[in-house]
Each structure stands twice: as structure tokens, then as C-alpha cells.
Design a protein around this ligand. Sequence first.
Ligand code: KG4
Ligand code: ZN
Length: 353
Amino acid sequence: MKILGIETSCDETAAAVVLDGHTLLSNVVASSMDLHAKYGGVVPEIAARSHIESITPVIEQSMNDAKCKWKDIDGIAVTCGAGLGGSLLVGVLTARTLAIIHKKPLYAVNHVEGHLYASFLTTTSLPNYTLPVNAPQFPVLGLIVSGGHSQLVYFRDHFDYDLLGQTKDDAIGEAFDKVAKILGLPYPGGPSVSKMAIKGDPRKYTLPKAKMPGKYDFSFSGLKTAVLRLAQKECGKLHDFPSTKLSALLSDAQKADISASFQRVAIETVVDKTVLAFDQFQPKTVIIGGGVASNAELRAQLTDRLPLQILYTDTKLCTDNGAMIAALGCFKMKLDQQVADPYNLVISPNLSM
Ligand code: KG4
Ligand code: ZN
């Protein structure tokens, strides 16, 4: 079974073909990130317009790379939420149209759930991918850490899961992005903060870890504010000093130490709860998904603190991509999950798990 996956929830226009939920046949991603970088974050209107430009060539390329004609495709899976409204509309309308024209079943995919299905991909003939050798075994503990989400989920089986906890304010990736802005590091903040952190001392500064009433809930907005206060203090400025003027006053050594200290605490926050959930639920497998899943400190801390081997997927499959959507689509088709109506499928920008 071959499924075409289409993903346009944020600034990546992505399409991929996956065979039987485990083999990656193609994975094409066109990002409009460069256009957003000068604004320090994704501009929804620009993202939607660039999806319109990119979606047709990206899908064509993904079909060509997979050496597929439309007759070879068994179904289409598309992200219907969560995400930016204008961005989702482009992907969903494209998928609806293709499903009608080519008479293929259409599957609506939750982007957040999709992130975890990147870990089900274990083989590919594409160059430069490092995939886990084994597929996850249920029960699975899933950690989703992206620019929009921070969630811990316990899966008894496919489509049978409990959301254990989630962030009550900022997502962890969002915190990386905001800290990068304070330090004057380029967007997206996650990779630039983690690069800067390599040169810093992770124990130079003490930053707070939020205590939440929900055992598995997270909060990152206090940590981000603590970084702002720390940067103001390091510059000898008061709380009303504008955050946009701080980076010019901080030395590279200070930026590196703040990056490393922030990263250690942010990552410890999610790892503490993942270890807690592991101890309570004793899953057979732990998987992580979302842009922050490519963070080396996260991988190092998890490897250090969990007593089992974690199935880390290729970093190219951590950030938004069509392969994770196609992989989840394969399991939807295989396990007779509900088919979407191509004449009626709507977007759900605030979809949760
Ligand atoms: O999953 P994703 O591509 O988009 C969403 O669904 O949000 O995640 C993007 C987020 C951004 O906030 C980015 O800064 C963060 O993932 N990110 C990282 C790293 N690479 C990307 N955060 C920390 N360390 C990284 N290496
Ligand atoms: Zn994502």
C-alpha cells in the first residue's frame, strides 16, 4: 500500500510517498523559512502564499522520486490541523481535489499525532537517512516537542491513546525561538540556541523549572521570562529595558552561557516528566517527534536517564514533513480508520490530540 502524504500546517510545503507505513519512498520539503527569518517568526500570510507557489511542484517531485504514477497510489493523507488556517487550507484543498480527480480515499491527519509516526519509518532507499532499525512496539510512550506543541502521550495501540499532559502556555520550541530573539540569534531559534550552547557553560546560571499541578503538564513561559530578566541583569539594566536592545550589549560568551543554561533547564523539564511517565507506565518503546526532537541535548539526556534504547529517527524527519503524514495515513488505511469526505473535509486549526 502506497500513500501520498501532504503537509502544509506551518511554513513547510511537504509531500512524501510511504509504503506500508514503514518504507520511505520519497520526502520533499520546500520551506519558506528564509522569507520569515527577517521577521523573527512565521508570517501566516507569507506562509500561505508560498504554499500556493510550491505545492504542485513539491507533490510532482515526491511522485517522481518515488517512481510512482497516480495508478500506484492507494490513498492520500493530509494534515487538517493543528496549524495556521491559511496554510492548512492550501494543503487540504489540494488533497481534496486530487482525491476527487484520481478517485483515491482521503485521510485527515492530526499533525501532532503525525510527528510520532515518523518513528515508524524503518527503511528507505533514499540517500542520507539514518532510520531506526526496529519499528516501535506497543505500548509506546510518545513525547512531542515542537514549535507549537509539548505533549506526553501513552499509546496502548494505534489510535488508542491517552494524552498524559501538555504545555499550559508556550511550547518548548517556541521558548527556544523566543530566547533566540532575546539573544539576537537567527530564526529558527532551536538550532541557533543549541549551536551557541555548545560553547557555553550549562551550569553558569540557575534558571527556574516550572512546578505544575498536573503531573505531566509543562510550562515554558516562566523560563523564557527568567531568561529575559537574566539578560537584563547581565547588561546592568532594569526590567523595563527593551528586549530588542539586549543582544547588542551581551558578549558572545554571555550569550553562549545563557543558551547553554536555558537549554539544559528546558530539556530537563521534558526529560523529568518523560522519566516519570516511563516509570509509571512501563512502555516497551519511547519515541520522540517534532522539531525539538533533533536537539542533541534532549537525545543525550534521554539516553542517559531511560533504561531502554530510544528509537531516534533522522533529524530531517523531526521537523515538519510529508513522510510522517503518509506513514500515519498508511496505518489509517490498514486499520480501516474513517475516510474523509473529499467534498467536505474542513481544516481544524486548533485540533488537539
Ligand atoms: O515540528 P516543527 O518543524 O514545527 C511545528 O510543528 O511547530 O518544529 C519547529 C520547532 C521550532 O520552534 C524550532 O526552533 C525547533 O523546532 N527546533 C529545535 C531544533 N531544531 C528545530 N529546537 C531545539 N533544538 C533543535 N536542534
Ligand atoms: Zn510540526
